[in-house]
Design a protein around this ligand. Structure first.
Ligand code: NAD
Ligand code: MG
Length: 393
């Protein structure tokens, strides 16, 4: 039986992954090794019971008792805390899903990268903040990284059988989020409730707000650079409000190959689960005649400065992505606490990136997890100081 683990099983990607595992036979088809979550212990224990998981881990140490009680008599072992999470991730599997949100997914994701099977990667932050380390770890253990982000899955699928030296560029599509046509003035007063309502995709709160600021697309530009080894000027973004074309690759003969589908992550996750096969998936089919039209427009870097900052990260190189991601997470935390406004998030990130970025850029290949963790913490501290100063005015 194929051994599988799902980290971040209780989240939006994780729930879809668990659903697909169940649709493909559940515990009768898969030997489920580890499932992880954090505060949602009730859901985690239900998933573990249904899939007869060997271990269920909550990242939240304080919830161990609650998880143990919920799993009593199930045969699933309960564990808690970041070390237990990494230990569970280190259990050998043939296929793993990395779907924790944020840089918290890096250390356990690196454990998953040591198994030599397939690593489905939804946690784009680990590629943004430590792409080289992730690639090195996968290469050292023969692990195959399959993107579980719709744009990068589309590019991966479009590249199937093609030679990478024949790529001219990739074009990432962006829905533009709920404020695609808003002025900066209108966006200044946006609340977290408004920002988390994505027009096309049903996702976790943090990535939804990142889509509204276009920080998500900024992360994805860096993710594309890290995953496909592309130069910065080979990565373009186009606004495509319907999110039907998930991304495309332009080859040197001028041909564009795009991947299309409905906006349903089960297509993306199912592709990574069954790769290199394609199996029937429970996703709605695209009806282009009913849809009628697909629109495209240039991105506006003035109103969405996150995209400009992503270019800055690529120009800096090294560990600039670590600083960028950590500052962005700190900014989002402050925004969710209503300590700063919607547009202030990019101001904070630029502040931290300009101060810590150049030194971080000097850290070339060969760095380890400690260097990333230290820099991540420093960027968050600087972000928190900026918020204090901001709130003090
Ligand atoms: P989510 O918020 O719905 O779920 C996050 C998961 O991570 C939960 O299981 C939660 O318990 C766990 N978690 C949160 N903080 C943690 C911590 N500190 N330590 C350990 N576990 C923790 O997020 P999501 O929308 O499913 O996104 C997960 C990842 O997938 C993100 O990196 C996101 O960018 C990426 N992604 C998501 C989608 C989508 O459709 N949701 C699409 C593409 C990429
Ligand atoms: Mg995406």
């Amino acid at each position: 039986m194929r051994r599988v683990s799902v980290l971040g099983a209780t989240g939006s990607v994780g729930r879809n992954t668990v659903g697909l595992l169940e649709a493909q036979g559940g515990a009768d088809t898969y030997e489920v090794v580890a499932l992880s979550g954090s505060s949602n212990v009730a859901l985690l224990s239900e998933q573990a019971r249904r899939l007869r998981a060997r271990v269920a881990v909550t990242a939240d140490r304080a919830r161990l008792g609650e998880l143990q009680a919920a799993l009593a008599g199930s045969g699933t072992r309960a564990a808690a805390g970041p070390e237990a999470l990494c230990a569970a991730a280190a259990e050998p599997v043939d296929w793993a899903m990395s779907a924790i949100v944020g840089a918290a997914g890096l250390a356990p994701g690196l454990e998953l990268a040591r198994h030599g099977g397939v690593l489905a990667l939804a946690n784009k932050e680990s590629m943004v903040c430590a792409g080289d380390l992730m690639r090195r770890t996968c290469a050292a253990h023969g692990t195959r990284l399959i993107p579980a982000d719709s744009e990068h899955s589309a590019i991966f699928q479009a590249l199937n059988g093609e030679r990478s030296r024949e790529i001219e560029r990739v074009i990432l599509t962006a829905s533009g989020g709920p404020f695609r046509d808003w002025t900066a003035r209108q966006m200044a007063g946006v609340t977290p409730e408004q920002a988390r309502a994505h027009p096309n995709w049903d996702m976790g709160e943090r990535i939804s707000i990142d889509s509204a600021t276009m920080f998500n697309k900024a992360l994805e530009i860096i993710e594309a650079h890290e995953l496909f080894g592309l130069a910065p000027d080979q990565i373009d973004v186009v606004v495509h409000p319907q999110s039907i074309v998930h991304s495309m690759v332009e080859f040197r003969d001028g041909s564009l190959i795009a991947q299309l589908g409905v906006s349903d992550m089960r297509g993306v996750i199912g592709y990574a689960l069954n790769w290199p096969e394609r199996r029937a998936l429970p996703v709605p089919r695209l009806d282009l005649a009913t849809l009628g039209r697909l629109d495209f427009a240039p991105v506006d870097v003035e109103r969405f400065p996150a995209l400009r900052l992503a270019r800055r990260v690529l120009a800096l190189g090294g560990l600039a992505g670590t600083v960028f991601n950590a500052a962005k997470e700190a900014a989002l935390d402050a925004y969710l606490l209503r300590a700063i406004g919607f547009l202030d998030m990019a101001v904070l990130v630029e502040h931290v990136l300009e101060r810590l970025g150049p030194d971080a850029a000097a850290q070339g290949a060969g760095y380890g997890l400690d260097a990333v963790t230290d820099l991540d913490a420093e960027a968050r501290r600087m972000g928190a100081r900026w918020v204090e100063a901001f709130a003090g005015v």
